[in-house]
Design a protein around this ligand. Structure first.
Ligand SMILES: Nc1nc2c(ncn2[C@@H]2O[C@H](COP(=O)(O)OP(=O)(O)O)[C@@H](O)[C@H]2O)c(=O)[nH]1
Ligand SMILES: [Mg+2]
Length: 203
């Protein structure tokens, strides 16, 4: 059974005041709208339709908290790069999101979903640049890898890893929620983050 199976919806926060108290280790899941984040979470959780499957992608500017069965938390961040979000709301949201990423002590790492066909966009780099200074690990899932030939997927991964020399403690892998490629590899990475956090609690 995966660390993500039987995750339970816990809480929604739309601003800093609504964040639950610091506590169990959290892994945040983020990515551009349509990057395949919901599908990846569902694939990791081994369920077809988990509560996280948002019906209004990218529009709901809030963080959803889910309890993992080992005591950790998964936080589902709304997709970024969604053109229809009005500027005023976007600014507010970005303030909350960047503050959450930069100051949340319980946050132990960032899982970043990127479409393998166009990874490391400008907005992806913005997320990376917000989070890298925390010193916490980032793991990138290059999603929809089934849409690339084996050779192109391999080259893409190598290129991404090379570019990531600009982003310390950031790793990347291929992933497909359709074929199941990379599920085990991802679980291993996130499982190790949680294990390490349990061994060295924040306090
Ligand atoms: N071929 C393929 N399509 C995928 C995969 N993951 C997601 N998709 C498709 O990409 C679109 C966006 O996926 P979704 O998970 O909703 O993205 P989100 O907006 O990041 O949550 C949907 O049409 C999915 O069916 C994948 O691994 N392979
Ligand atoms: Mg989604």
């Amino acid at each position: 059974m995966s660390i993500f199976s039987n995750a339970n919806y816990l809480h929604t926060a739309a601003n800093l005041e609504q964040l639950p108290p610091e506590g169990p280790p959290e892994i945040a899941f983020a990515g551009r709208s349509n990057a395949g984040k919901s599908s990846a979470i569902n694939a990791l959780a081994g369920r077809r339709r988990l509560a996280f499957f948002s019906k209004t992608p990218g529009r709901t500017q809030q963080i959803n908290f889910f309890a993992l069965k080992d005591g950790g938390l998964l936080t589902d961040l709304p997709g970024y790069g969604y053109a229809k979000v009005p500027m005023s709301i976007r600014g507010q949201w970005e303030g909350f999101l960047s503050e959450y990423l930069q100051t949340r002590q319980s946050l132990i790492g960032l899982a970043l979903m990127m479409d393998a066909r166009h990874p490391l966009t400008e907005l992806d780099w913005r997320m990376l640049n917000w989070f890298v200074p925390t010193g916490k690990p980032i793991h990138i899932l290059l999603t929809k890898s089934d849409k690339l030939s084996h050779g192109v997927a391999k080259t893409t991964l190598a290129n991404v890893r090379r570019e990531l020399s600009r982003a310390p403690h950031t790793t990347a892998q291929l992933f497909s929620s359709t074929t199941g490629t990379g599920i085990e590899e991802a679980e291993k990475v996130f499982g190790e983050w949680l294990k390490k956090a349990r061994e060295t609690p924040v306090g």
